[in-house]
Design a protein around this ligand. Sequence first.
Ligand code: SF4
Length: 261
Amino acid sequence: MAASSQTLRAPAAPARSAVAAALGEMESGRLDGLTPAELLRWAVQRFHPRLALACSFGNPEGLVLLDMLHRIEPRARVWTLDTGRLPQETHDLVDRVRDRYDITVEVVLPDAVAVQQMVQRHGMNLFYESLEKRRLCCRLRKVEPNRRFLAGLDGYITGLRREQNITRQNARRVEVEDGGRMVKINPLVDWRAEQVWDYVREHSVPVNRLHARGYPSVGCAPCSRAVQPGEDPRGGRWWWELPETKECGLHGEEESIGSGI
Ligand code: SF4
């Protein structure tokens, strides 16, 4: 008698075993020589659909990874945080990408009540007043919604590169976070900016229009500005702060869990 499809189907592997297997591959050095596309393919095989790409739509790295990932798995998941303070050019790019790749971008919003209470108490532009208030705004508009989204994943992909900022110099290609529950994959960690832009040109990858107006990195509108030629590319983000504080809490310096935004 033929076995039923029920008896033939392998049980779904528990998430923790996928993360543990990934850890073993990492420690064995098997992932060391992989190209970014090969590392993405490995991540898809290991974790999809409990895997997603963090894309801010404000840096070319996320779009390069989106393009690579889409060639590997057209149903690969992509998410972005809409903080409520993004420039129009970033929203435009989200729609251009949806049309170009025919994908759904998962847009994650902050908790409306928490943001309402924050601005009623501290004002609309609290971030200029102190580092504490700037971090509060980033926490409510980015870190908390990001944490909610990540709770449904086992692995996520970011566009972090070591040369982007002093705070990113210890980033690795594959990292484990959240007490071993989550794998963070940074395929471009050792790429230089020229490699990113070469890929953009070669594959006609859509990028944020503000790059052409002097913004190397586009975040929220009130916290991003253009830089002069030769100036530090991260100099336009939170330009009133010291380089060592220029992170929004998404990359582990304030929180135990992060993203590529
Ligand atoms: S980048 Fe600026 S506006 Fe955006 S969440 Fe952080 S402090 Fe708030």
